[in-house]
Structure formats: C-alpha cells, structure tokens
Write a protein that binds this ligand. Structure first.
Ligand code: ADP
Ligand code: MG
Length: 728
C-alpha cells in the first residue's frame, strides 16, 4: 500500500544522508573497479593481453585457452576487490539491463569448496531467457538464448559482483538485445568511414563512432514518491495541478543546486568514477528538481554501456539519500520533460575528429565530406531515425513544445549554410584551375577551425551541428542510446558506402581528380538533401506546415513512428549492412509495439485506481462535509439559509459536475481498453491503444486537476506538485 500523503510530507523533511567524504583526488578513483588496460597488463600474460586487444581492435576471436587465462585473471582480480559473484550483464529489449548472478563458489567432486570461474563461464552463459521479450524469435526458432562476452567493453566490479558486458542472442544467432545490433552497426560505420577517410589520409585504419550523452532527470523525495501509485507504477504523475510557482521564473537553470541534491550527486560521481564512467558536468535544468549530468564522450558502445550502468547506479545512490530518480520523459505535466541528448561524431585511429573543421583546405574537404554525408543520410532516412527514439513515454515529450518536435530536421547555422550554398554553385565535371583555387581558398579554406562559438545554438532543432559533432536531441531520458546509435551509424555507413561508389566512378571512369570528384558528388548531395535543413523555430506551427510541404514525416505517436521499420527499404538497409535480418527487425518492431501497449495499459489501470480509490472517495468525503454544513445552516436558519450557504451550494454542484465527468470518462476509457484488449493483431492493438485509449488520459486528468483545486488541502490524498517539486 502506498503511504499516506501527510506521513510522506512529514517524512520528507527529515534529515537525509550526507555525501561520503572525499579521500584524495577524484582522478585517483577513476576506473579502480574496472578490469581495464592497466589491470590487464598486471593480471594477464603477454599473449592473452595481446589477444584481448586484437579482439577489441579488429574483432578477432579469442580461443578457449586464452579465454581460460582471461577468466582466471579476472577472477583473481575480482576476488581481490571483494567480489563473490559474477554476472553476464546484458541489454534485453525492454531497454534496461539484466543480470543473473552466479557465485564463484563451487564444489568439486570430492566435496571441497573452491572459487571457480573458467573460460566457458566468461565467454558464454545461458540465462533463463524465456521471460525476456523476443518478439517471437524464440518461439519460431529455438527455445533458448545465450549471452556472449563483449570484450570491447571492460568487465567491472559492482558491489560484490563481477559484471561482464555481453550480447544476448538466440541459439540461431538472432540478436535478442540492443547491444548486438549496435556492435554490428559500429562495425559497418568503421568499414565505410575508414574507406572514405582514406581518400584524405592513407594512414587511417579504423574509425570509431563517438557518443557523449547528456542525462536529464528529476529527483523526488522517496517517501513522497511512494505516496503516489502513479509515480511508482508508471514513472510519471498521471494527475496533478501545476504549482503556483513552476518554472515561470526560469531561476532554476544553472541556479544553485540544493544541498540534498549536491550530496546525492557527489556520491554518484564518486561511484561512477570508480566504475570508469567519466562524469564531468552537472547542473540544474530548467524545471525545479530537474538536473543533468554528462560525461566526457567515449567510443559509442562503451558510452552506451556506461549510460545504462549510470542509470542503475543513480537509483541505488538515490536510495541512500532517500530520493527517487525519475527517468521518465515527462513526469510532470506543464513542466519541462527530460531528454538524453546524444552527441555523436566519428574519430579515426589517427586521432582525428572527422566532424571537426581543420586548419587546411584538405582537412576541411574531409570535414565537409563527413558533414554533408551525415546530412544526406538523415535526409534519406529521417523517419527511420525518428522510429529509433519512439516510446510511449517519449510520446509525451516529442512535439510538446519544449523538446524537439517529432519532425526530424538538421540545423547547421548560417556560416556553414553559406559554405554549402557556395559549394552548390560549383560547376559540374572538371574544374578550371581558377575555380579550384577559388574553392580551396575562399570556400573550403575559410571554414573556421573552431566553429563551436559561431554556431548559434538552436535549441529547438532535433539534430543540430554544434561545432565538432552532431547533437541528436529527441532521444528520451529513459531510452537506451543503443537504439538511436544503431540507426544513426547504420544510415551514415550506408550513405558513405554509396558516396564512395559514386566518387570512384568519377575518378575511374570520368578521369576526375579525387577532390574534383568529391566536390561533384557533395554538390549533388547538398542539392538533394536541402529539405532536411532547417534553422528556424522547430516548435512553431509554421514549421509543421512547411515540413509537410517538404514531405518530411511527422509521426506523433509510437505506433505510427514504428511502421517504417519494416518497410522494404529499411529491411534492405539493415540486411545489406548486416546490422539486422528481416526476422530481427520484425521481432524488434513487435517488442516495441508490445511495450507501447503494455505501458499504456498500465497507465489506464492506474488511472482507474487513482480515480476510484483515491480521488472519488476523498472528493465525496469533502463534498459530504459541505453538505453537512448546508444541512446545519438550514436547521438553524430555515429558509433563510439559502443566502448563507450559497457558496457551498455552488461548490457542491461544481464538484458534482467534475465527479460525474471524471467517473464517466474513466469508465469510457476502461471500455476502450477492453475493446483494444480484444484485438489480436499487435499492430492494430497498438494503434487502438494510441488512438482510442490514450486520448482519455488528458481528459480525465483535466477533471481531476479541477477537483484538486476545489477540494480542501487536508482532504486531498495525493502528494501535490509543490510538495514533489521542491526537495527540502
Ligand atoms: P550542452 O549541454 O551545451 O549541449 P554539454 O557540454 O553538456 O553541452 O555536453 C556536450 C557533450 O558532448 C558532452 O557529453 C561531450 O563529451 C560531448 N562531446 C564533445 N565532443 C564530442 C565528440 N567528438 N563526439 C561525441 N560527443 C562529444
Ligand atoms: Mg546538449
């Protein structure tokens, strides 16, 4: 049972934990709990170290003998760190992480107890997978799945457990998780981008996608959160009237962080550093109680793992501070929601950021190549990229006039727009020497090395170039970044492959010089991808109209956003790049649709509970108080009471009107839910939930929020926004 609001309010003002003390410098904490390069050198034989490194760099296989050695070393290190158990840590399609702990402890045949962990346990495990969503893959193929070690993300000790990052696949090899497709997409972009980067520098032999996420979240007092079944069961407040002071004053952004939050953050940062998560910045966000933290960017797969680990650590550390972290994209209506910007770029093994303008025209041509190809990829696959961030909870945020709109567009700023405009004017085919000089010196040569301060940052853009990286802003705060990163890297990889083919044709068949060929193809791309570029206000109605004219997709809810996943083009794309087979994509779509249905269904049920078990009884009780008062007045004053009880009579009527509407809408919603539940086809069912059930939520909420204003404070059962939003 949820605790009572007033007990919760009293509880919330109690003194909470102080931050753990700092011992020494923060940098000394970094990676102390990670089986990283340093530990490997210390614990592994030279040969094993080399083989693990080869596996990390080139994806080569690690044989059994070496795996045994690595396992032995990991075990020795982990036990020295106090670990008693190990787990294969993986990312089922539910979006979170999963783990199954096994003890190192084992009995050998003569009955003695030993600490055991061998290569086979390191490399492969069979979790009881039947309860993870698989979108029918396991039913169709095999009944079981297994987890397999991902040596590119280092193992770490968390609490008393050695955690080994793994992929989760079915016995027939289909991915059942979010990591396996990501690794394949990262491989695809590595190959494609390396081939293109070689036009500019022969020494490049590997390209990494880099990711720097920014995690937004709300902190709420734990006792208060526990008093609200909606927060506990759905992660958001389904009802609740805006407080008198919301974010109107804009005084929270970069304001002083409340002490209680600082204590939490300080502990969080220390724990993150030991786990190798390079947390760097923290600040308040726009809304009260809303915060953000961001790390130094990393290789994308590692960054994804670190974000998932972070979310877990945040929950545990918050508990010590009697706080609850809300990761939901829209926990409070009328107050800014939370996102997780994904800053993305490509880096070579020669230490060059391919999306960073350089100091020479040649470097800038390289920059322009990757820059324009990314824009072109987003233009071609805008709806697919949109699908990668679709979820029931993110639907409350995308397009809600604060977060990026559901329409994808690219912001590049005036300076770079001018450069692209000039390039567009370059003549076809061979260039005259004058044209070449002009291009090199005055167009390409003039891109300033540091654009960071010059790109006026358009906060309303969902995909903005911010000087040396693109920033994808529509990603939900709860979303596993692996999903958008898989799609983004796949589409850019595909684009770069096409680009290389086209350039090679011009070089080999038309005898063009390399830079001429590159200019020629870029010019065509700039022309054909114009519609995706938009520097104006992404929240405006005019943009919605303009985007429709440009034939950009505008899928406002998850079921419609997901449809593109199984289009002929998408299936071919994923298949050609060996990122996902048709079966895998279809399974994923089904899981996403099912998750959408489930989450909406849960919200519907919680609405029922809130209305029938909380709001109705409390409101009726208060109304009875008013009625008693009117009866009393009548007893004393007879007919003259009417004038005296006028205000209460009006209130009684107003309450009744809202009660009737509240109950009526709730029942209608339940009926809509029942008829949706009768639909067998997952796709149709998701649409039924999105189109017929969800629209009731707003309406029910409206009447509840009106009642919250009418009913006396002492009778209102649910913690109010002003209590939830200002941690004491
Ligand atoms: P803002 O909030 O203004 O968008 P932040 O400084 O909070 O900016 O976040 C910027 C993020 O971008 C950080 O996580 C940073 O590590 C990341 N970043 C910087 N350079 C790159 C890059 N080359 N690739 C990926 N991410 C990057
Ligand atoms: Mg940002």
């Amino acid at each position: 049972m949820a605790i009572n609001r007033f007990e919760a309010v009293a509880e919330s003002t109690k003194r909470t934990a102080l931050a753990l003390e700092d011992h020494g410098r923060r940098s000394e904490l970094f990676g102390t709990n990670v089986f990283n390069e340093e530990r490997m050198l210390q614990y592994l034989t030279k040969e094993a170290y080399k083989r693990v490194n080869d596996a990390i760099l080139s994806g080569s296989k690690i044989d059994r003998k070496i795996a045994d050695q690595v396992a032995e070393a990991m075990k020795a290190w982990a036990i020295s760190m106090g670990a008693t158990h190990y787990t294969h840590w993986f990312q089922p399609l539910t979006g979170a992480t999963a783990e199954k702990h096994d003890a190192f402890f084992d009995l050998i045949p003569d009955g003695r107890a030993v600490e055991k962990f061998g290569g086979s346990q390191l490399v492969q495990q069979e979790p009881d997978a039947s309860s993870f969503p698989s979108g029918g893959i396991r039913n169709t193929f095999e009944a079981r799945g297994y987890t397999a070690w991902d040596p590119t993300s280092p193992a770490f000790v968390y609490g008393s457990t050695l955690c080994i990052p793994t992929v989760f696949v079915s016995y027939t090899g289909e991915a059942l998780d979010n990591k396996a497709p990501l690794l394949r997409a990262l491989h695809a972009i590595d190959i494609a981008a390396t081939n293109v980067a070689k036009y500019f520098d022969k020494n490049v032999s590997k390209v990494y996608a880099t990711l720097g996420w920014e995690q937004e979240y709300f902190l709420v007092d734990k006792a208060l959160a526990n008093s609200r079944p909606d927060l506990i069961l759905t992660g958001r407040t389904l009802v609740g009237h805006l407080p008198a002071k919301g974010q109107q004053l804009d005084d929270h952004y970069f304001g002083v962080i409340p002490t209680r939050a600082i204590n939490f953050m300080s502990d969080l940062e220390k724990q993150c550093l030991t786990l190798g998560i390079p947390i760097k910045t923290r600040h308040n966000e726009v809304a009260p109680n809303q915060f953000e933290l961001a790390p130094v960017y990393e290789e994308a797969n590692l960054a994804v793992d670190h974000n998932l680990l972070l979310m877990d650590v945040m929950e545990k550390v918050a508990d010590r501070h009697r706080l609850k972290v809300l990761f939901h994209e829209k926990p409070f209506a009328g107050i800014n929601g939370s996102g997780k910007h994904n800053n993305w770029s490509l880096a070579t093994d020669t230490g060059v950021n391919l999306l960073s303008p350089g100091s020479t025209p040649m470097k800038n041509l390289q920059f322009l190549t990757f820059f324009v190809n990314t824009i072109k990829a987003v233009d071609t696959y805008e709806s697919l990229l949109r699908s990668s961030i679709a979820s029931a909870s993110n639907d409350y945020r995308l397009g809600a006039n604060e977060a990026p709109p559901a329409i994808l567009s690219v912001f590049i700023g005036t300076q770079l727009s001018n450069v692209l405009d000039e390039l567009e004017g370059v003549s076809k085919g061979k260039l005259s020497p004058e044209e070449k000089t002009e291009l090199k010196l005055n167009v390409v040569g003039k891109i300033p090395e540091i654009l960071l301060d010059n790109t006026d940052r358009n906060r309303t853009s969902p995909f903005a170039f911010t000087g040396n990286k693109f920033e994808m802003r529509g990603v939900g705060s709860k979303t596993n970044c692996a999903k958008p990163m898989t799609v983004l890297n796949t589409i850019v990889a595909k684009q770069l492959i096409d680009f290389k083919k086209e350039v090679d044709v011009l070089i080999n068949k038309k005898n063009l010089k390399k830079d001429e060929a590159v200019f020629n193809i870029l010019r065509e791309y700039i022309k054909s991808s114009k519609r995706i570029r938009f520097d104006g206000d992404g929240y405006s109605l005019e943009w919605e109209k303009e985007a429709a004219k440009r034939k950009l997709s505008n899928n406002k809810n998850t079921p419609s956003a997901l449809q593109v996943l199984t289009s002929v083009e998408s299936l071919k794309l994923f298949d050609d790049l060996e990122v996902m087979s048709k079966v895998e994509v279809e399974a994923r779509k089904e899981v996403e649709l099912e998750t959408f249905i489930l989450q909406t269904q849960i919200e519907g049920r919680v609405f029922n509970e809130l209305v029938y078990n909380y709001i109705l009884p409390a409101t009726v009780a208060y109304q009875n108080k008013l009625i008693q008062n009117v009866i009393g007045l009548k007893e004393i004053y007879g007919a003259a009471h009417k004038k005296l009880s006028e205000s209460r009579l009006t209130l009684i009527e107003q309450i009744s009107e809202h009660l009737v509407a509240l109950k009526g809408l709730t029942d209608d919603m339940t009926n809509a839910r029942k008829s949706a539940n009768g639909i067998k086809d997952v796709n149709k069912k998701a649409f039924a939930y999105g189109d017929n059930v969800k629209p009731y939520f707003e309406k029910i909420r409206y009447h509840s929020d009106k009642l919250e204003q009418l009913v006396e404070d002492a009778s209102w059962p649910l913690a109010k926004y002003h209590e939830l939003l200002y941690i004491k």
